[in-house]
Ligand binder design. Structure first.
Ligand code: ADP
Length: 323
């Protein structure tokens, strides 16, 4: 997760909650991708980036990722990410990068586009391939980047020998693409959420702010919730409710049968409060414990560095640059 913008319920549902839920089944490696945050240089505020990086690590912990079971660290503290990224950059066809949906969307809004924005998926590939990750738990928007990672890994393996494991995306069925409350045609996003009140539900938002945002959320033109024929606005609200309460389609259908949008919204406010309030409180508490937070991310980096170094040695040997 990038330490930028306003971390929202889409990030929580699509990524964080899955990471926490699955950590007993897998060896989880979770970094705060602060090098990725540099891809939009205009918006870098060094002091804010530093703070936001620690806040993001605190949100990981507060969401239930347990440092005894999983590794949590900051991307820039393990130099192998950037090192591998360069080697992969030399192998990545420009056409593959230019085809990435996220690059097209992000670059369309800018007059000048930095090379980092284009090569963003290569750095993400390095994050994944460095540890022979088998599964990459992400929201739907990152599926294409995981496929790119597979293609790039295959290209490397075909050219230099079998060094990398090909990863699979791990994407939840309900909630992998939460849309904006103000516009159900647009993915809920950290950058828009920071600029526009009412777009997102922020993990660190005060409950009153969340209440206001949900109350003003776009619904459909009707008045009652019709689970099977819901339009985009109501469908998005139902998805948020279902993802945070883990209820089945049938439970959802009967809970909201013949109920109006007002009831739906008050139920969401309550369910979201129950899910996010403890995360917010714990994050605020952890931010007061700076040395503990710094210790956790330093230990996480120490652990993953062993595998990262080993993998880089194999990569360099395969390419002929190991001395
Ligand atoms: P953003 O796209 O909001 O800036 P990131 O790119 O840092 O956030 O994404 C962090 C994680 O959250 C990724 O796994 C991403 O797929 C997931 N994610 C982002 N937005 C959403 C969303 N609207 N719904 C579900 N998952 C999302």
């Amino acid at each position: 997760m990038q330490p930028t913008g306003k971390i929202h319920i889409g990030n929580y549902i699509g990524a964080l909650s899955v990471w926490a839920r699955e950590q007993d089944r897998f060896d989880g490696i979770f970094c705060v991708v602060n090098l990725h945050a540099l891809t939009v240089p205009d918006s870098i505020d060094p002091a804010a980036l530093h703070e936001k990086t620690l806040e993001t690590a605190a949100i990981y912990l507060a969401s239930g990722i347990d440092p005894k079971k999983s590794c949590i660290y900051i991307q820039s503290t393990v130099a192998e990410h950037a090192e591998l990224s360069w080697i992969l950059t030399c192998l990545a066809p420009l056409g593959w990068l230019e085809r990435m949906t996220q690059y097209k969307a992000k670059s369309a809004l800018k007059e000048t586009v930095g090379a980092g924005l284009l090569s963003y998926p290569i750095l993400m590939a390095a994050d994944i391939l460095l540890y022979d990750a088998q599964l990459v738990p992400v929201g739907h928007d990152q599926k294409q980047h995981v496929e790119f990672t597979r293609d790039l890994a295959s290209r490397f393996n075909n050219r230099f020998g079998p060094v990398f494991t090909l990863p699979e995306p791990m994407i939840r069925k309900v909630g992998a693409r939460i849309m904006g409350l103000d516009d159900p045609d647009q993915k809920m996003s950290k950058s828009i959420g920071e600029m526009k009140a009412g777009h997102s539900i922020g993990i660190m938002d005060h409950p009153d702010v969340i209440k206001k945002a949900v109350k003003s959320a776009v619904t459909d033109s009707g008045r009652e919730v019709d689970f099977d024929n819901a339009g985009k606005g109501v469908r998005n609200l139902l998805t948020i409710y279902q993802a945070v309460t883990n209820c089945t389609d049938d439970q959802l259908r009967s809970h909201f049968a013949d109920k109006g949008y007002g009831f739906l919204k008050s139920e969401i406010i309550e369910a979201v409060r129950e899910a996010l309030h403890p995360v917010r409180e714990e994050t605020l508490r952890l931010l007061q414990e700076r040395s503990y937070l710094e210790k956790i991310v330093a230990e996480g980096a120490e652990k993953v560095r062993v595998s990262a170094r080993e993998k880089m040695r194999a990569v360099k040997e395969a390419v002929g640059i190991n001395f």
